[in-house]
Design a binder for this molecule. Structure first.
Ligand code: ADP
Length: 372
């Protein structure tokens, strides 16, 4: 067979015929085709860059690229190379001036209320602090702040102090955690009637005008669902990753998908560190071997697999978790209890996810393209 001299430009032009579904734009224009098109003899290799490693159109676009090259570049080409698929490291155009001394900003979120998001955020924060990390916790649940109660600090009133000539709010400190909540400043009824913009501004103040100092982890307990407040937060802060909490119940899982999508959508692009399944099963004290899957079994595991995210932990329904929340003594403080250990394992998995995220090279999967 004669060798065909094909040039990158020819390939690129051929690929302009491939459109990304639903946008009307071609994949070259969208920056999906990387510059490094290699041609060796009659072997072509190129890379497609996707913002999301789980982009639903990867397979069909690879196929379309193959067809376009064969159709438009030269029908006689024998493609013995391959099309590599990579995910793009998207540069987040977010201000890194906000909280410059914080290493990791973490969103703790849920699709719906009442699944135990705040309980998980608080106990994860406690576990991390117990492991020696510097932890900050912000209760961003403006309309239902629960942090003051969960730390038995309902009477605390943070003061302003002077830092380098600037008056900053000093976070309340307990169990080695610095924390702030709108609940320290206004009563619940007052915040409930705030409009979105007012709530967002109040939150911004708690972030920007507070003396958080140096932190390894700044955990933000997001309001449930998806709202303007979420958008403000994800657009203001360079969030390292999100932890999404759900129960195994079908309705909660359906909302968890929405919660995950809110972070992974193109405009926001916050990586998901993983899911946490709360209320996974119930074990009565008198029958410690028994597990009752009240809300269904394995739901979050299945969802995590389907969405290609990690399951960071499963936390059972335990009376002491509820009591700990009500009394202001999170169970994660008792590291030798079974529930304390469950949160410690969750924290370990979380730390692994963070490590992976911070050293992450874009996940690569090879899709071989062979000419028929
Ligand atoms: P959310 O922040 O999602 O609205 P909360 O963390 O406030 O939910 O939890 C709702 C209620 O459920 C609280 O009373 C809390 O103590 C209780 N709860 C949460 N998780 C558990 C659990 N694993 N076992 C027992 N009670 C729990």
């Amino acid at each position: 067979m004669t060798k065909i001299n094909i040039y990158p430009k020819l390939i690129l032009d051929a690929l302009r015929n491939v459109r990304y579904p639903g946008t009307g734009k071609d994949i070259v224009e969208m920056g999906i085709v990387s510059d490094d098109i290699h041609i060796a003899g009659n072997k072509v290799s190129l890379t497609l860059l996707f913002e999301k490693p789980n982009d639903p159109f990867i397979k069909s676009l690879v196929k379309a690229c193959e067809t376009a090259i064969l159709t438009y570049a030269d029908p006689n080409i024998e493609i013995k190379g391959n099309i590599e698929v990579k995910s793009k490291q998207v540069q987040q155009p977010k201000s890194t001036n906000v909280l410059p001394n914080v290493k990791n900003i973490i969103a703790v979120s849920s699709g719906k209320g009442g699944v135990g998001k705040s309980t998980i955020a608080v106990n994860l924060a406690v576990s991390l602090a117990q492991k020696g990390y510097k932890v900050g916790l912000l209760d961003a649940d403006i309309f239902g702040p629960s942090l003051p109660k969960m730390f038995n600090e309902e009477e605390a009133r943070p003061i302003l102090h002077n830092v380098d000539g600037k008056e900053l709010i000093a976070p309340v400190e307990k169990y080695g955690i610095k924390m702030l909540s709108i609940g320290f400043f206004v009563n619940k009824e007052e915040a409930l009637v705030w409009r979105g913009a007012m709530a967002s501004n109040a939150l911004k103040q708690l972030i920007v005008d507070a003396d958080w100092g140096e932190l390894d982890f700044f955990l933000i307990d997001f309001p449930p669902g998806t709202s303007d407040i979420h958008l403000t937060l994800v657009q203001t802060l360079a969030i390292t990753g999100a932890v999404v909490v759900s129960t195994p119940q079908q309705v909660a899982l359906a909302d968890a998908i929405k919660g995950v999508n809110m972070f992974t959508n193109n405009k926001v692009n916050v990586p998901i560190l993983g899911l946490v399944e709360n209320m996974s099963w119930f074990t009565p004290a008198e029958l410690p071997q028994n597990k009752y899957y009240i809300f269904g079994k394995g739901g979050a595991q299945k969802l995590a697999e389907e969405m290609n995210v990690s399951l960071l932990g499963q936390i059972p329904i335990v009376q002491s978790i509820c009591e700990g929340g009500d009394l202001g003594k999170p169970v994660a403080l008792s590291t030798d209890s079974i529930t304390g250990m469950a949160f410690s394992t969750l924290a370990d998995n979380f730390l692994t996810a963070i490590e992976r995220r911070n050293s992450e090279l874009p996940p690569t999967s090879m899709v071989e393209v062979h000419n028929k």
